[in-house]
Design a protein around this ligand. Sequence first.
Ligand SMILES: Nc1ncnc2c1ncn2[C@@H]1O[C@H](COP(=O)(O)OP(=O)(O)OP(=O)(O)O)[C@@H](O)[C@H]1O
Ligand SMILES: CC(C)(CO)[C@@H](O)C(=O)[O-]
Ligand code: BAL
Length: 280
Amino acid sequence: MDRVATVDTVKGLREAVASWRGAGERVALVPTMGALHVGHLSLVERARALADRVVVSIFVNPTQFAPNEDFSKYPRTLDDDRAKLAGLAELAYTPLVEEMYPPGFATTVSLAGPAAAGLEDAFRPTHFAGVATVVAKLLLQALPDVAVFGEKDYQQLKVIARMARDLDLTAEIIGAPTVREADGLALSSRNRYLSDEERALAPTLHRTLQDGAARLRAGEDAGAVVTAGEDALAAAGFAVDYLALRDAETLAPVSDLAAPARLLVAARLGATRLIDNIAV
Ligand SMILES: Nc1ncnc2c1ncn2[C@@H]1O[C@H](COP(=O)(O)OP(=O)(O)OP(=O)(O)O)[C@@H](O)[C@H]1O
Ligand SMILES: CC(C)(CO)[C@@H](O)C(=O)[O-]
Ligand code: BAL
């Protein structure tokens, strides 16, 4: 089976990108942690439409996982991933941890402001510093014209867009829509952790968001909608971390639809934590 060409050093990545740039070509980067699914491939397709050359990074970034999280059991399927990318991307960038974080590494991007406050940050307080640091490094290593991220990780997308503006990173940050299973469950590498019983319950997450968005659009009070959604999720067997209405751009808390808003959720089914969101 064909495999996408792969480099695992900053030097190799820079050489490939420099040769494309020298030929006047536009370059797109799609950062991932691997275990690629159709959601990731939709980002690659979007990147393909925006650039001549597409680089997909595959790196399970240790600094965005807390010690109690699933870093060691996170799926690693590099050979499969390289096969999936054959013919879709020009290059996979697969650095080892020592390439990204050599001995003595001591710099972290720290975040302030509404995009990084609350929601995921309340439950994973070290997460976005790890994400922002590794994404800043990837953007500086590859120097792409555009970088594509999924709306499934909506807060992550907004944190990265803010960081890129604040640090004058030159890549344009593009968000792409969430790809779902037929029953509405957002594709995620972590769905494979679900038991059959949990998998059958999981689409309730998206249905609750759809129902909440419909009620909000119908003029129902945001507090009542959130409480009803939390109750519906708890009744279906979820432990809810948050269900919250936020400004779609800044992610500041809102209680009405005066400006475009986003309803975001994180909830656990057994040991698996799922996130999702919907435009309101
Ligand atoms: N269902 C999806 N539709 C569109 N983009 C997605 C989807 N799932 C993930 N992405 C995007 O793919 C990129 C890489 O994400 P990542 O490798 O973490 O995959 P994941 O499936 O979200 O895994 P997990 O959340 O379990 O870590 C991110 O920009 C993420 O938002
Ligand atoms: C953006 C990212 C690749 C950074 O490690 C990761 O958080 C992800 O897969 O969403
Ligand atoms: N998809 C975001 C990466 C993470 O959960 O660590």
